[in-house]
Design a protein around this ligand. Sequence first.
Ligand code: GFB
Length: 456
Amino acid sequence: MYCYLLILISACILLIEINALNIKNPTTDLQSYVFETTPQFDEKTCPKTIAELKNTIYILYDVNPPEGFNLRRDVYIRLAVFVQKLQKKKLFNNVRLVLPPWRRLFHWKSNHLSQDNLLWKQFFNIESMRRYAPILDFDEFLHEISLFGLPESPYVPVHKIFQLMHFEDMFEDGAFHDKYEFTECRKEQYQRSYLLQQSILLDNDFLCLKFQGSSSMLERVLRQSMASNDTTNNEPKVYAFLNAEIVLHDSWGDVEFWKARRSMRFAPQLLEIADKFRMKHFRTNNSIEEVQRPPMWEFEKEYRSALGGRYLCAHLRRGDFVFGREKTTPTLKSVAVQIRDKLKYLNLTTVFLATDATAFEMQNLKSYLQRVRPVRYSTDSLEQKSMLKDGGIAIIDQIICSHAAYFIGTYESTFTYRIYEEREIMGFPKMNTFNTFCKSEDLSDCSKNSVWPIVY
Ligand code: GFB
């Protein structure tokens, strides 16, 4: 174990030695990051830099591998709200939430693209998110923790890994109570987590934890674990929660939820492409659309007068929904009829189609859309596609949908839900946002998505 003074001295020596190097272009290859790049420091600030990291607690997390992109965004919010509150408490002032690197997700079908080890800055504006909660992208975490001088450099020790799992009986005594309980398990059964596959991480203690409750209960788990350790040595602590989707929101849809959600702005490079597309195909931009989009999310306020661009956006979830959710997923003909009727009602002629439909399905759909102008986003070149990746393309679809005068989404798709939220932030009237495709074209068989309006 190191004493704080020793850490300071060894870190300072290390910093002086590597002073000449820099990290201007952090690579997205996480393994090579530690070996190839070295941080740039100002010698004079060396002790302060390290001193500021005293008692740092890094919270890593991961989500069940099959879960999709847009549920993962929601899990982030649960944890961001948690650390945002936690950092105000004794022992936790230096807590940081480490964003898990993205791996190729089930829905990212472009096999020719390299889609593993992606950082969050590929999709989101990290600086904006950081103004809400103390977060680190994975490369930033590796860099920051290396400042301490790792005992087995470049490997990073993870002090405890909590494998979260459900209780068998969630409604004991007929009611849903918050509870957690450590339980016996075999680590080999839980090797699918992408975080566990990061060879740079050395796990010391793997614990299985039945967990039922909201994110604030994680604080009790952490305190209990820290009490059993020596927490007085100022060393950084690294904890990881696997299957973090089991953790519930402290309070879904309240002001805190929306702050975290508003801070999750998209990466500037994706916004720029969506802006150009809207100008080219719909002759529109933020100011014509009268959407609320101040430079910083902190300046957003209650607003309900956004007009949007003169087009309707339809988010049409196909793929696994066609088979797995047959009861609520409409046929292409039914979708086309609903789009045509709505365009007529709104006196519009253009529909933007955001969808994971196949080329064959698209051809079919278009054949039902006579006298309608259907528009779809596609990348300019293969080079652009390999830069954006499937995740970036999906986000561009979401951005374009968010700016439409009118939106219709798919029943129970989190992709649709994230568009609803974006439109709430930009200030559209609710009736132009919270719409769901019905199963039947005469609208007789119709399950509607829930309405969760924004609060400030
Ligand atoms: O995001 P996601 O979890 O939403 O998964 P759901 C859908 C994924 O499919 C997106 C692609 O992240 C995209 O990669 N995708 C869907 C699209 N719609 C579009 C679109 O309009 N444009 C583009 N470019 N891509 C979950 C699934 O889906 O629903 C689970 O992840 C499960 O596997 C669950 O089926 C019920 O919430 O729609």
